[in-house]
Design a protein around this ligand. Structure first.
Ligand code: AMP
Length: 471
């Protein structure tokens, strides 16, 4: 049994730094939004790989005492989010092993769509799996490769994989990172001055990690490329032939931080563009523009600029919400959303409001927020979504529910409007989404909006069934 088809994650790697574990820790701290379930760091020193991983948030897991147990000049790190029932520590990354290619640790972001098949095949040949995560499959493929060099064995392994992966591998004396040939998930390359001379190589899912470290963003790992950082410096090598590019557009719509450069492009810029185009396509006769924080903020700013309507933060988010809440026995309506958000009556009373959010998935949260805005006195609520209707599940590493739970897969915009109880509802068109992210050459994946998957999904039915069972 494999564990998931939706796993959002952040990865980080650093080579050639005397405090590599601390740097990885800081990087993961900046990537926390990409996964809050578990985190792990592995370092290499003296022919050993040292690992620490645990459930929870980066800042809680990595105390000074823990970081002291992670010596060495190279490190990889991972932060994981999974909504599946299978939230055991066993699945936390990185995975480390000792095999015929030496001591290794691997972590990845994305979803390997043929992982179940590969597991079965490897299992028949005698591989024993500890966990149900895809990453382990990569390690077994590396171990079984007849290639003598580690880079050769990894190349061999990667060529067996289908789907989405941005991967970081730690060996005793090098780090290798790679992106899948479609380039679904991001992976940036940076450089960091080391006190006392020299430079460390850094890699991260998003450039916001570099900013915290004081590293300079240089480039992206190319789709189908492997980058090796070792004693001889940096070596870049294409391991797979060019394929149709399919960078995840949802990274720009929602997932990445706005202060990051993702796929070589500012996320904030994309989001403001989304809002501007949304204002042109779906104008509203209203008094003010209000974002759903934090996801709708940049698009609402763009909407406000384009429409000339004042932008007001009339929903306040509590940033300190934990994982579990003690609810009074007398149930409070919409308790979960109320814990996270509250409306500013002073701004909303008697107003016609354009409410901007980045996406509408099931519609249940949006409905609660629309209600909250209305209860705070808004006269009209015009909901605007800065992407097209989400019709199809993602099989490449973004957490979306099964098709049946995606409200837009079976309901018209008018039906959804009624469900969320908005006065009007407007979505951005696909062509405007393309324009907003500057995709002139068709280099993004829009499968969640179109159902047009850029790879063959052999197990699509099986995956969907597994998802349905868990939720
Ligand atoms: P709902 O109205 O229940 O469909 O929820 C929509 C909200 O979920 C929006 O505020 C989105 O920002 C947020 N959202 C969309 N996709 C994701 C995701 N993959 N993970 C977490 N939140 C998401």
């Amino acid at each position: 049994m494999f564990d998931k088809f939706h796993e959002e994650c952040g990865v980080m790697a650093i080579y050639g730094h005397p405090e590599s574990a601390k740097m990885a820790y800081l990087g993961l701290y900046a990537l926390q939004h990409r996964g809050q379930e578990s985190a792990g760091i592995c370092t290499a020193s003296g022919g050993q790989i040292h690992c620490h991983k645990a459930m929870g948030h980066v800042a809680d897991i990595f105390t000074s005492a823990v970081l002291e147990t992670l010596p060495g000049r190279s490190a990889i790190g991972h932060t994981r989010y999974s909504t599946t029932g299978d939230t055991v520590l066993l699945n936390a990354q990185p995975f480390s092993v000792s095999c015929n290619k030496g001591r290794l640790a691997v972590a990845h972001n994305g979803n390997i769509t043929n992982a179940a098949e590969l597991r079965e095949e490897l299992g028949r040949r005698g591989s024993i799996f500890q966990a149900s995560s895809d990453t382990e499959v990569v390690l077994h493929l590396v171990a079984q490769s007849s290639e003598r060099s580690l880079a050769g064995a990894l190349r061999d392994a990667l060529l067996h994989l289908e789907g989405a992966f941005s991967l970081v591998l730690l060996a005793e004396d090098s780090i290798i990172v790679a992106r899948d040939p479609h380039g679904f998930r991001p992976l940036a390359i940076g450089e960091l001055e080391v006190k006392g001379g020299g430079k460390a190589h850094v890699f991260a899912s998003e450039t916001c990690a570099f900013d915290l470290l004081g590293a300079v963003y240089l480039d992206d790992v190319e789709p189908g490329e492997m980058v090796i950082a070792g004693p001889e410096g940096l070596r870049r090598e294409r391991y797979a032939p060019e394929q149709r590019l399919a960078q995840c557009v949802f990274e720009h719509v929602y997932f990445s931080r706005p202060d990051s450069i993702v796929f070589g492009r500012s996320v904030e810029e994309s989001r403001e563009n989304l809002g501007r185009l949304l204002a042109r396509e779906c104008p509203a006769d209203a008094d003010l523009v209000v974002p759903v924080p934090d996801s709708g903020v940049a698009a609402a700013i763009g909407y406000g600029d384009e429409s000339g309507l004042p932008y007001r933060q009339a929903l306040i988010r509590n940033h300190y919400v934990g994982r579990t809440f003690i609810e009074p026995s007398q149930a409070i309506r919409d308790f979960g959303v109320k814990l996270k958000l509250n409306a500013v009556r002073h701004l909303l009373e008697g107003k016609r409001v354009v409410l901007v959010d980045d996406s509408l998935v099931r519609g249940t949260t949006s409905r609660k927020i629309v209600r909250m805005v209305r209860q705070a006195g808004a006269r009209e609520v015009h909901l605007r979504i800065s992407c097209p209707p989400t019709m199809s599940p993602c099989f490449y590493g973004v957490d979306t529910p099964t098709r049946g739970e995606l409200i837009a897969s079976s309901h018209s915009t008018e039906e959804i409007r009624r469900f969320v109880e908005a006065d009007t509802l407007g979505y951005l068109s696909l062509s405007s989404l393309r324009q907003a992210v500057g995709d002139e050459r068709g280099e993004f994946c829009y499968a969640c909006y179109t159902g047009d998957y850029p790879t063959e999904l052999v197990q699509i039915e099986e995956l969907a069934a597994a998802g349905a069972k868990r939720r």
